[in-house]
Design a protein around this ligand. Structure first.
Ligand SMILES: *Cc1c(COP(=O)(O)O)cnc(C)c1O
Length: 235
């Protein structure tokens, strides 16, 4: 299977998942996660029509992105150390992994110094798994303390200059059957709806779904899916 074949298959799977729930496939953006793969494969995927790429490490992006001399939108999807925040805005168009106020503040400073804005998503830990990153939100529906902490953190991040908070991102636990990830995706959508309602920003984007679970994420409202292995093969 070539990269072009893989992309076509993923796009068909997205279209089929949309049809099951009456969504418009144009509302779902495919992000090809090119981490660990060379710029040549990014160019191959771009030639096959992909315009959005995801990377998870600043160092890797610093060497790879300049080698990709076609117009693409770059998404930072990995954990960012606070001291590396200043290197992120010049490289990336969208940051999915804003998981704490301190990082958001560093990104906001870097953006406003350069003059401009940066689209960001807030990474949320919905499942409560300790191995997962993200702003801890497990239990927000039932625990008033968790809810208050999440609301306060999001409110402060949304108030920072230079950051355009577009929505939420999450990673589901690794499960044997993708249906088991559904409550996590539905939970992210519900949290997005409640935050938008009470804080005011529209928060249109939900970044959720990877190779093993994206059909379910699309059924639950994903607007951005982050697909690595189904496009580029095993890492
Ligand atoms: C690697 C990665 C992906 C892609 O994972 P696949 O299982 O290869 O599709 C998506 N999101 C994040 C945050 C990642 O680190």
């Amino acid at each position: 299977m070539s990269i072009a074949d893989n992309i076509q298959r993923v796009q068909e799977t997205i279209t089929t998942a949309c049809a099951r729930v009456g969504r418009d496939p144009a509302a779902v953006t495919l992000i090809a996660v090119s981490k660990t793969h060379p710029a040549a494969l990014v160019l191959e995927a771009a030639a096959a029509g992909v315009q959005h790429f995801g990377e998870n490490r600043v160092e890797e992006a610093e060497s790879k992105i300049p080698q990709v001399n076609v117009v693409t939108t770059w998404h930072m999807i990995g954990h960012i150390q606070s001291r590396k925040a200043k290197y992120v805005p010049p490289l990336f168009n969208v940051v999915h992994s804003v998981d704490r106020l301190k990082l958001a503040d560093k990104l906001a400073r870097a953006v406003t110094e350069r003059g401009g804005t940066l689209d960001v998503l807030l990474e949320i830990n919905i499942s409560g798994e300790e191995s997962k990153g993200g702003l801890p939100a497990f239990g927000w529906q039932t625990d008033p303390a968790v809810r208050a902490a999440v609301w306060e953190e999001v409110r402060q991040i949304c108030a920072l200059p230079g950051l355009n908070v577009r929505g939420l991102m999450t990673m589901a636990p690794i499960v044997p059957d993708m249906q088991a990830a559904r409550p996590v995706f539905a939970g992210l959508r519900e949290l997005r709806d409640r935050l938008a309602e009470s804080l005011g920003p529209p928060l249109p984007d939900l970044s959720m779904g990877m190779t093993d679970d994206y059909p379910v994420a699309v059924e639950e409202g994903a607007t951005l899916v982050r697909i690595g292995r189904a496009i580029f093969g095993e890492r």
